[in-house]
Design a protein around this ligand. Structure first.
Ligand code: ADP
Length: 285
């Protein structure tokens, strides 16, 4: 896996880092009193000038965190770690906690910190053993408590908050499909929201699968209208406070998605100061 310093434009990330390092020192002092659910585990840090990015993606269900986090992870050569995927892997494994998790996930509720941190630390430790030193986290932290716990383990560089209007989020969740064979995500929803009250119009073409995936599409069991509304309610209650939490630390970058991938991806790269990276040089994570 390539370190970020190998890229043709190293100043791009160091620009983001420079903005953030002053607040990082404050963050490192957190959680000195409470025992961490991660135990003694600390994410190994190289020399900060060399370490790979440690970013967090925030955003409501359906906003596209997974899509953009995964694209950036390929571009930057760091793994994309989505706690929702870790939960779904655990469900598929039929392990001892699978039954309990199925009920929670299908009601749109949050899994306990204990379980989620156990899944995440297992994934981080396995990655570290393979030489991973950076990551893009998607779906964690989801509460202030999880953010405090994470702060005791490492010092996040940047938090990207993706935003879309709520009506679009529901349509996008209901249109989400996954290929049961290759695992790729698609979306059959065609979004066409008129601009009103000063907010811009949003058009998103469906992200359709190739014909080889078409007959294998599945819908996530928690992507029903009732469960999506409950997940959005829980997000607003428990996860939205994270925006202020990271804003106060100078780590939050807000990004209103202007449309689908063709419009949003170049603008996101520009906002991250990565727009001059040559994507052909990107390294598969
Ligand atoms: P969403 O589309 O709602 O963002 P995810 O794929 O991120 O969905 O997560 C699916 C489910 O996994 C969540 O509804 C929740 O039950 C569980 N989950 C994922 N991450 C966390 C977390 N950090 N804390 C608690 N539960 C989580």
């Amino acid at each position: 896996m390539a370190a970020i310093t190998r890229f043709s434009k190293p100043s791009a990330i160091s620009h983001v880092r420079r903005c953030l390092y002053s607040s990082s020192a404050v963050a490192a002092e957190s959680n000195q009193h409470a025992p961490s659910p991660f135990g003694d585990y600390k994410i190994t840090r190289r020399n900060p000038s060399e370490r790979n990015v440690q970013w967090v993606f925030l955003g409501s269900p359906g906003v596209g965190k997974g899509t953009y986090a995964s694209r950036l992870s390929n571009l930057l050569g760091v793994p994309h770690i989505a706690t929702g995927d870790l939960v779904r892997e655990e469900l598929a494994s039929s392990g001892p906690i699978a039954k309990q998790l199925t009920e929670i996930v299908n009601q749109g509720k949050l899994v306990s910190d204990e379980i989620i941190i156990s899944l995440l630390s297992k994934r981080l430790k396995a990655g570290e053993a393979k030489g991973e030193s950076g990551f893009i986290l998607d779906g964690f932290p989801r509460t202030i408590n999880q953010a405090e716990i994470l702060k005791g383990v490492t010092d996040i560089d940047l938090v990207v908050n993706l935003r879309l209007p709520e009506s679009v989020l529901i349509e996008k969740c209901l249109g989400r499909r996954i290929c049961g064979q290759c695992g790729k995500n698609f979306n059959v929803a065609s979004i066409d929201v008129k601009g009103q009250n000063g907010s811009p119009a949003i058009c998103m073409a469906p992200l359709l699968p190739p014909s080889s995936c078409m007959s294998k599409l599945v819908t996530r069991s928690d992507d029903t209208e009732e469960v999506v509304k409950e997940r959005l309610r829980i997000y607003n209650e428990k996860s939205q406070p994270l925006e202020d939490y990271y804003r106060n630390q100078g780590k939050l970058m807000e990004f209103n998605l202007p449309g689908g991938i063709p419009e949003s991806w170049p603008k996101l790269l520009e906002a991250l100061n990565l727009d001059e990276f040559d994507e052909r040089q990107s390294v598969a994570a």
